[in-house]
Design a protein around this ligand. Structure first.
Ligand SMILES: Nc1ncnc2c1ncn2[C@@H]1O[C@H](COP(=O)(O)OP(=O)(O)O)[C@@H](O)[C@H]1O
Ligand SMILES: [Mg+2]
Length: 505
């Protein structure tokens, strides 16, 4: 199939998601579609799949203008969309899922189970998938579900297959299987659009690339003519240099040493030191194992290997309370689910960690609680009407300040903050940055997990970049640029695992 999308513009209300984009895919071609989060990749593919109508522009297939692309029409044309989110029904068997909506009937008009099961066997074995068609989808590993999705796309005659980040949940072995399938499809004349942020995969499997940035077409060409650095530069573009908060370098001796932390299937061989007065950022893209690593650092996840040494003492990672007492405070991600206690007041939410770990009296003194609140209010600038209101009555930014205050009260030596500014407004973000700076100035050490480059740039002394569960690079301030972060976060130069890529590029 020869696909041409011409001058595609798409508005969502006032938001211009796509701006005059041209996109062409040839016969027997695997085409990588690249772009940062929000660049417009999924929107463009949804327009191709008929799920969205473009505000302007034209789709031309094999020289023929498609007047109105609908989901039905795109199916008819042989376009198959394998979505990022899985679309399988857990309560149905594999073969039922494969034929969902396209069931085969026998002559008497009943479902022809036999034939559907046989055809399922055929397609599963064609892609070397050892799955019983009669297995309940619910019993499959997420990665196997992803492969069933792919099998579903192959069941019907297809001409163009769209894969939106299909490898996120796959193991290395399964990625190899997927790539074999893709090569064989290509040999049979199919075209594939492959969306991924993993450079090694893109360079391995794709012939051509198209880069989108901020809804605009940037460049198209052959992967053989570019390298990972060039691809990264196109993704990021020339970004405006954000202002750094002025933070003195007050780093002292090592206070926390993490060695070879491993949690199978999530991260492996993670080692780093944290110094007194240091703000260390850990970043990466979706699927990098960062979330699991942060949980492990707080003792909330089983480890297969590794040690954590705090001020010379080895920690017992399976006892959160002990870790807290040892001086590690944590602000988890997803404030709503993990941190705030909805049924407690603002005041109680602030004091709770203190009472769990330090309080040794029987009664809680309201006077002390109020003093504690006032002290924190001054530092973090929490805005409230009444401290006895439920915490849920506060804005997100103020809730987060209560959570941060909770840990400040513990006067920890080390803070682990997982996306502490997620979902809060710019003003509140800035106050939390100032607070982190202030902590470091007072000789505290901070590990901050973040996916926002401008934030990291503002506060970090050093940044570790993860890719597929490993640390791919360590960047100091002089090398902390968005292009460098993106280069390593997309898996470029992966041979330098854990230490080789120090401050390079
Ligand atoms: N249904 C929608 N309503 C409003 N805005 C949307 C919608 N879908 C996407 N957008 C916006 O369009 C832009 C492109 O998004 P998307 O196509 O999902 O990017 P990508 O897949 O490259 O990450 C983003 O700014 C996103 O917020
Ligand atoms: Mg997307």
């Amino acid at each position: 199939m020869i696909l041409e999308m011409k001058g595609i513009t798409k508005y969502f209300g006032p938001v211009k998601a796509l701006d005059d984009v041209n996109f062409t895919v040839g016969d027997s071609e695997i085409h990588g579609l690249l772009g940062e989060n929000g660049a417009g990749k999924s929107t463009l593919m949804n327009i191709l799949g008929g799920a969205l109508q473009p505000t302007e522009g034209q789709i031309v297939i094999d020289g023929q203008v498609i007047e109105e692309m609908t989901i039905h029409r795109s199916n008819e044309l042989g376009i198959r969309f394998i979505h990022q989110e899985l679309n399988l029904v857990n309560d149905l068997m594999v073969y039922e899922n494969l034929f969902l909506g396209q069931e085969i009937n026998n002559r008497a008009g009943f479902l022809d189970r036999k034939q559907m099961i046989a055809r399922s066997r055929e397609v599963l074995s064609r892609i070397k998938l050892d799955i019983n068609p009669l297995e309940l989808v619910d019993n499959l590993e997420p990665s196997r579900k992803q492969l069933v999705e792919i099998a579903k796309a192959l069941l019907y005659e297809s001409k163009l297959i769209i894969m939106d980040e299909p490898t996120t949940s796959l193991t290395n072995k399964e990625v190899d299987i997927l790539f074999d399938i893709m090569r064989s499809l290509k040999a049979h004349g199919l075209s594939i659009i492959f969306i991924s942020h993993k450079m090694p995969e893109l360079f391995t499997i794709c012939d051509k690339y198209t880069v989108l940035r901020d809804g605009r077409f940037i460049e198209s060409g052959y992967f053989k003519d570019i390298d990972e650095q060039k691809a990264t530069n196109m993704l990021v573009g020339r970004s405006i240099v954000d202002s750094q908060l002025v933070k003195e370098d007050v780093r002292g001796e090592v206070v926390l040493s993490v060695q070879n932390l491993t949690c199978k299937g999530h991260f492996e061989g993670i080692s780093f030191d944290l110094q007194r007065g240091e703000v260390l950022a850990i970043t990466g893209l979706h699927g990098d194992g960062r979330g699991e690593l942060s949980e492990a650092l707080f003792g909330a996840r089983r480890l297969d290997a590794g040690t954590i040494v705090l001020n010379g003492t080895k920690l017992n990672l399976h006892n959160i309370r002990q870790v807290m007492k040892a001086g590690v405070g944590m602000v988890p991600r997803n404030r709503k689910e993990r941190s705030i206690i909805k049924d407690l007041s603002i005041l109680n939410n602030l004091s709770i960690a203190y009472f769990i770990s330090k309080h040794d009296k029987v009664f809680i003194s309201r006077r002390e609680e109020l003093e504690r609140f006032k002290r924190n209010q001054k530092v973090t600038n929490i805005r409230v009407n009444d401290v006895d209101d439920y915490i849920t009555s506060l804005s997100g930014g103020n809730q987060q300040k209560v959570i941060v205050s909770r840990w400040l009260e513990l006067d920890s030596d080390i803070y682990i903050l997982d996306n502490p500014t997620q979902g809060i407004d710019v003003g509140a973000k800035f106050e939390i940055y100032k607070l982190i700076n202030e902590l470091a100035r007072r000789g505290k050490s901070v590990v901050i997990f973040s996916s926002e480059f401008p934030e990291i740039y503002k506060i970090a002394d050093r940044c570790l970049v993860m890719y597929e569960g490993r640390i791919n690079a360590e960047l100091d301030r002089d090398h902390l640029t968005e292009v460098n972060v993106m280069y390593y976060a997309t898996g470029s130069n992966m041979e330098g695992i854990n230490g080789k890529n120090h401050q390079s590029v």
